[in-house]
Design a protein around this ligand. Structure first.
Ligand code: FMN
Length: 345
C-alpha cells in the first residue's frame, strides 16, 4: 500500500535538472538571473565525495542562487546519513537522492538508476537522509530499469518494466515519506547504452507519470524528460505538480526567462542584454576570486539560440577567445553591438 504522506513542501512549478558538468554554481547563478521562481539543482555529488572531499569546494554556493537542491548519489544508508549531516551546514533548500543515473561508474557501484533494483535499500537510504536533516528529502528516479548484465544480486529486481513494477517500487519507497518524486519518464538500460543514449533511446512515456499522479493525487510528482517549450510545460503542469527541465536549460537557456510567463502571462521577461549586464559584476568578482573563466562563460553560450546573430555571438564566446583578461571586455563588446530594441535584446 502506498504511504499516504502529504508533504507540506512547496513544489516549484519548474526546476532545472541536476546535470554533471553543466549545473555548476555559475550556471545556476546565471539561470537565477532569468527566473526567480525555479528550483535549481546541483550536479550529482556522491556521498563519498562529501565524506572525503574538500567540502567548500564541493558544496559552497552563493546566497544569490536562491533555492538550490543538493543531489547526492549514495549506495548505503550510513554514507547517505553522514553526507547529509555534513551538507546541513550549507543552505540547500532540499536534498535529493539520485535513482536515475545510468552511468556504468555509478550503476556499477549500485548507485543511481541501479538502486531501483533494490527498493528496500532505497527506502533505507531515504530514511537515513530524513533522519539526518529537517530539510525536505526528495527522490529522482526513472519509470523503470533494465539491469541485465549489471545487477548481480539474486534478490534484486533486474528488470522493472511497466506501471505495476513502478508501483511496487513506490509502495516501498513511499514508506520513507519522501517529499517529492521527480520521475524521468524513460526507463534506464544499464548495460550497452551510454548515459547520452539513455536520455534519447528509451521512449518517453509521459502517460505513466500522469497516471501515477491521477491514482495518487496526494503525492508530489514532478515530471522530467524532453520538455523544451513553454507550451509543452504549461500542458504538463495541468497534470502534475512540477516539470523538471534538463538539456533545454543549456541548449536554449532563454527559455527560462520566457517561463516566467507560466505564473504571469503579462510579465515581460528580462531581456538578453539585461541578463548579460547583470552577469558582468558576478564575472568580475569570480575572476578576481580565481574562478575558471571557461566555466563562467559556459552558461552564456545558448543565450541567443535561434536569434539573428547567434552564430557571431557564439564565435565571440568560443574558448579560443575567452581568457581571464579578455572575457569581461568581450561581454561589453557584445552589449555595445546590440542596437537598442533590436532582436538581439
Ligand atoms: C550533461 C548531463 C548531465 C546529467 N547529470 C545528471 C545528474 O548529475 N543527476 C541526475 O539525476 N541526472 C543527470 N542528468 C539527467 C537529467 O537530470 C535529466 O533527467 C535528463 O537530461 C532528461 O531531461 P531532459 O530531457 O529535459 O534533458 C544529466 C543529463 C545531462 C544532459
Amino acid at each position: 500500500m502506498m504511504e499516504k504522506y502529504i508533504s507540506n513542501i512547496k513544489t516549484p512549478k519548474i526546476s532545472i535538472a541536476p546535470m554533471v558538468d553543466k549545473s555548476h554554481r555559475h550556471f545556476r547563478y546565471f539561470c537565477r538571473l532569468m527566473n526567480k521562481e525555479i528550483l535549481l539543482y546541483t550536479e550529482m555529488v556522491t556521498a563519498q565525495a562529501i565524506l572525503n572531499g574538500e567540502l567548500d569546494k564541493i558544496l559552497y554556493f552563493r546566497e544569490e542562487e536562491g533555492n538550490v537542491a543538493l543531489q547526492i548519489a549514495a549506495s548505503n544508508p550510513e554514507d547517505a546519513y553522514k553526507a547529509v549531516k555534513k551538507a546541513n551546514s550549507y543552505n540547500y533548500s532540499e536534498i535529493n537522492l539520485n535513482c536515475g543515473c545510468p552511468s556504468d561508474r555509478v550503476s556499477g557501484n549500485l548507485m543511481g538508476a541501479a538502486l531501483m533494483s533494490d527498493r528496500k535499500l532505497v527506502y533505507e537510504i531515504l530514511l537515513a537522509m530524513k533522519e539526518a536533516t529537517n530539510k525536505p528529502i526528495t527522490i529522482k528516479h526513472r519509470i523503470g530499469i533494465d539491469g541485465t548484465g549489471i545487477i548481480q544480486d539474486k534478490n534484486a529486481k533486474v528488470i522493472m518494466d511497466g506501471y505495476y513494477d513502478l508501483l511496487e517500487f513506490l509502495d516501498t519507497v513511499s514508506k520513507a515519506k519522501p517529499d517529492r518524486y521527480t520521475v524521468h519518464a524513460r526507463s534506464a538500460i544499464l548495460k550497452g547504452l551510454s548515459p547520452k543514449d539513455n536520455r534519447e533511446i528509451p521512449p518517453l512515456d509521459y502517460d505513466m507519470v500522469y497516471r501515477l499522479k491521477k491514482d495518487f493525487d496526494y503525492l508530489n510528482i514532478e515530471i522530467n524528460g524532453g520538455f523544451k517549450t513553454v507550451e509543452s510545460i504549461k500542458d504538463a503542469l495541468t497534470k502534475v505538480d512540477g516539470v523538471m527541465i534538463g538539456r533545454a536549460a543549456y541548449e536554449d537557456c532563454y527559455l527560462l526567462a520566457n517561463l516566467q510567463k507560466v505564473d504571469n502571462e503579462n510579465l515581460k521577461p528580462i531581456s538578453r542584454g539585461e541578463i548579460i549586464k547583470s552577469y558582468i559584476p558576478y564575472v568580475k568578482e569570480e575572476i578576481a576570486n580565481g574562478s575558471n573563466v571557461h566555466l563562467l562563460a559556459a552558461p552564456l553560450h545558448s543565450l541567443f539560440q535561434g536569434q539573428p546573430g547567434s552564430k557571431q555571438y557564439k564565435q565571440l564566446l568560443s574558448s579560443g577567445n575567452i581568457k581571464k583578461d579578455t572575457f569581461v571586455q568581450i561581454l561589453y563588446n557584445i552589449l555595445e553591438s546590440m542596437p537598442e530594441n533590436s532582436l538581439w535584446c
